[in-house]
Design a protein. Structure first.
Length: 292
């Protein structure tokens, strides 16, 4: 995703261009409307323009905090909020608390999804959610995203990222790559010159593995999942049935620390739910999968 051979401005353009895909996809699902999102420019500014809807969302990339400030005028913000709440897309001059809450939730979904995309590109990322924290003085990358909602509006939202914070992210990635290369270039601790040394290495590996066997890991069973629009969540009530994406005949997934290590069927054991394993990989495969 990042290209550490390029300068910081090129990387911020990569960052925002990738985010555009997530923005468009998430907004389409939330509004259930045809819309188009285009990243148009990134420029340096010393002043953040706080719109009628304004908030900070925090990503942590490789241990470095990165704040993303979102700014929108009342017209675009109210149209998006009204569509999320199953309205016709009515524009207002002043946002009410329901509008603010809807938009907070929408951008939490957007940045949560974007954090997952960055994570899938091999980076360590966590998403810390919305913050009402005001921006400190500094230099920022200002980005403009043009949003077109078919037959309703064409407008722009703006995002700001502190230049120093973004530069720290890139520096941390460069350090990680440098350390990884140093590790690869280091001579191995063991040189397998004969069978006895080979056996010694195997025994050492087993001893090291045994040291990990008492570590506690979180295990859970995934029955299924479903993506829901905010407007559908608001309508939930007692007795509502939510259809999941898994067929009744499919086995349940058994996950340890978020990794699927086996599959099975649900059983009742002594009045409690349990799961009977129907498929499991080898011990080596399971340990490798838990390692990432």
């Amino acid at each position: 995703m990042f290209d550490l051979n390029k300068d910081i401005k090129s990387n911020i353009e990569i960052f925002f261009t990738q985010e555009t895909i997530v923005l468009e996809e998430t907004i389409k699902k939330a509004l259930n409307k045809d819309c188009f999102v285009k990243f148009t420019k990134a420029q340096i500014t010393n002043k953040i323009e706080e719109g009628d809807f304004f908030g900070k969302y925090n990503l942590n990339i490789n241990g470095v905090n990165l704040g993303l400030y979102v700014s929108m005028n009342a017209k675009l913000a109210s149209i998006i909020s009204d569509l999320m709440l199953m309205g016709p897309g009515q524009a207002k001059d002043i946002l009410d608390p329901d509008d603010i809450d809807s938009l907070k939730e929408l951008f939490s979904q957007i940045f949560g999804a974007y954090a997952q995309v960055i994570r899938e590109n091999g980076y360590k990322v966590s998403f810390d959610g919305f913050s009402s924290e005001k921006p400190q003085d500094g230099s920022f990358f200002e980005s403009e995203f043009e949003i077109i909602i078919k037959n309703i509006t064409e407008s722009s939202l703006y995002q700001y990222i502190n230049i120093d914070e973004f530069e720290k992210v890139l520096d941390s990635l460069k350090i990680e790559i440098s350390q990884s290369q140093d590790t690869k270039n280091t001579a191995p601790i063991f040189e397998i010159a004969d069978e006895s040394k080979h056996n010694q290495v195997q025994e050492t590996s087993k001893d090291n593995l045994n040291l990990l066997m008492d570590i506690e890991l979180n295990a859970r069973v995934r029955i299924g999942s479903k993506q829901m629009l905010l407007k559908d969540i608001v309508k939930l009530s007692e007795g509502t049935i939510i259809d999941l994406d898994k067929n009744v005949d499919e086995p349940m997934e058994i996950l340890v620390n978020g990794k699927t290590i086996a599959k099975g069927i649900v059983v009742v054991v002594g009045g409690n739910f349990g799961i009977k394993i129907t498929h499991v990989g080898t011990k080596e495969d399971r340990i490798k999968s838990l390692g990432g």
